[in-house]
Write a protein that binds this ligand. Structure first.
Ligand SMILES: Nc1ncnc2c1ncn2[C@@H]1O[C@H](COP(=O)(O)OP(=O)(O)OP(=O)(O)O)[C@@H](O)[C@H]1O
Ligand SMILES: [Mg+2]
Length: 525
């Protein structure tokens, strides 16, 4: 169940607002593994009290908070009715109220929950326990009394009403989900199997963007149309080319790959088109070019944007006439090759700058497949993670592995500049480091990579106001996020930011980041 879809339901939004207004309590959602949805989106919406906020800002506190939620989810996992349950305490000592999301078929999808508040009749009895927990976690809370006094309270009588509201929210979600499912299965029936297909070859992805791409792949797989695959590094361009070849009519013929940028013109020409004996010094015998090798099959021309103008002309000829001239030969050769080209560059812009031939561009770009970067389709993360975990574990003869909720949360928050390749490498690293453990925890993460923030929030800066204050705001935000990401390790953060530790400390003071002890207050809102 995709909870993000239900969050925008009018009633869900309204109930959330009301709960906030009446009791100052924040509703959250955790999925069946205990992943907190907001954390999973790289956003931390702390409960409205200084203690939880300080806890979430500390490494250990954040970890424990996630564990508390995971435990609470476990407690309602087998519950079959949509009924609120109060879990005695979280790691700080606050109660957690949660309602399991169980659909009409009895499947458990996680829960709606709220924490970080107190019941009026427990205010006195819990004080010491909460103070103890704050001390144990070394939370930077200047005035314990004041912080405790600021924790939202709900009366025992209101609690019933509060639970009713939560149950209603879940009932609405389940109803809506049912209607949605029925509609989707009807659409699927109507449009045949195509709509139901979420994979193509071994390309993993369920996001709408990938589903659209699969639909295009389905349409072109059986044709000979030339295809241009564009996308950032590591998005899966080669995987797509392979899938097209191995699922198409040419699957029993060769699939040949050449990275155009890897060779200079002379070498590339002889590699692609071959040469005849004596064509140049060292050409002691005839050599078949890769186009010939690929005859009847598919030729994958990688990094086609890096091709020189001279080579572009020769490639154009292959595309237009299906012929080429081996180096030193006088008679052209003819081949039947399907061409799939790939690039991470903007060919259209290169055409405008006259760095890429326009005629070749149109010949290559008959069908354009744009592979979206991972940061634009984070919905694919769970499936990709599962896929790579399974593959890595199998490869190494290890038992099943899974990521802890916190690791998953970091994964969602991260922007993955290296896309799927980076994700694959990170999972391989984690699987290797995790040894025999089934659950991969956050302690194995390389904080530099999968730390919070990673630039997303920069978009929030508006393009107005004066430069100095914009720079200051950016600086503050980077330091704030960096402090969370490095768990307040100033030496490491200074290194990452490329400033001295003294400067960093000065800036932390200047922006009042330390005194408040709560870098999350403004992050992710
Ligand atoms: N959707 C996907 N499902 C499963 N694996 C994927 C997916 N996309 C990419 N991969 C894997 O990620 C790695 C990188 O993919 P690939 O080499 O196809 O990317 P690329 O776009 O060609 O990268 P580059 O631009 O750096 O050449 C490969 O191991 C590939 O199998
Ligand atoms: Mg590639």
């Amino acid at each position: 169940m995709d909870f993000a879809r239900f969050e925008d339901l009018h009633i869900v939004r309204k109930i959330r607002e009301k709960i906030r207004k009446w009791w100052n309590i924040e509703l959250s959602y955790a999925d069946e593994s205990g992943y907190v949805l907001d954390h999973a989106r790289g956003k931390i919406v702390p409960p409205h009290n200084g203690i939880c906020q300080a806890s979430l800002a500390s490494r250990e506190g954040f970890h424990r908070c996630n564990l508390s939620v995971e435990r609470a989810i476990d407690a309602v996992r087998d519950q079959k009715e949509i009924r609120a349950r109060v879990i005695e305490t979280c790691h700080i000592g606050f109660p957690i109220v949660l309602v399991p999301v169980v659909d009409d078929r009895g499947t458990f999808h996680g829960a709606i929950f709220a924490g970080g508040f107190l019941l009026d009749d427990e205010r006195a009895s819990r004080r010491e326990r909460v103070a103890d927990a704050s001390t144990r976690l070394h939370l930077p809370i200047a005035d314990q009394e004041a912080a405790y006094a600021g924790v939202p309270t709900i009366t025992r009588r209101d609690l019933d009403y509060f639970c009713d509201l939560l149950e209603t929210t879940v009932e609405e979600i389940v109803e809506f989900n049912k209607a949605l499912r029925q509609r989707e299965s009807r659409i699927q029936e109507l449009t045949g199997e195509l709509a139901g297909r979420y994979t193509f070859g071994n390309i993993v992805g369920k996001s709408p963007a990938m589903a659209r791409m699969f639909a295009v792949l389905e349409k072109v797989v059986d044709t000979d149309a030339t295809i241009l695959v564009t996308g950032e590094n590591g998005t899966g361009k080669e995987l797509i080319a392979r899938a097209l070849h191995y699922n198409g009519p040419r699957r029993n013929k060769p699939f040949v790959v050449q990275n155009v940028s890897a060779l200079n013109d002379n070498l590339l020409e002889s590699e692609l088109f071959g040469h005849v004996k004596g064509a140049f010094t060292g050409a002691t015998r005839d050599k078949q070019g890769l186009f010939k090798v690929a005859d009847g099959g598919t030729f994958f021309l990688d990094e086609v944007g890096d091709m020189s103008m001279a080579m572009q002309v020769k490639l154009l000829r292959v595309l237009q006439e299906g012929t080429f001239l081996p180096v030193g030969a006088t008679r052209p050769e003819k081949v039947d090759v399907r061409i799939i080209a790939a690039t991470n560059r903007d060919l259209k812009e290169m055409v405008a700058r006259r760095e890429f031939r326009e005629d070749l561009y149109y010949r290559l770009n008959v069908i354009n497949i744009r592979v979206p970067p991972l940061r634009d389709r984070k919905e694919d993360l769970p499936a990709l993670v599962e896929h790579f975990l399974r593959r890595q574990a199998e490869k190494r003869g290890l038992g099943p592995k899974r990521l802890s909720g916190e690791v998953m949360a970091r994964f969602y928050a991260y922007d993955w500049p290296g896309n799927i390749r980076e994700l694959e490498n990170e999972i391989e690293r984690l699987v290797v480091l995790s040894g025999d453990d089934e659950v991969i925890g956050p302690e194995l993460l390389d904080t530099a990579a999968t730390a919070y923030g990673s630039g997303r929030n920069l978009q929030r800066f508006r393009l107005k106001g004066d430069l100095a204050s914009a720079v200051a705001a950016l600086e503050k935000e980077m330091i704030q996020e960096g402090l969370v990401a490095t768990h307040w390790n100033k030496t490491r953060l200074a290194e990452r930011l490329g400033i001295s530790r003294t400067t960093l400390i000065k800036k932390i003071k200047e922006y009042g980041l330390e005194e408040r002890g709560n870098p999350l207050e403004e992050v992710g809102r």
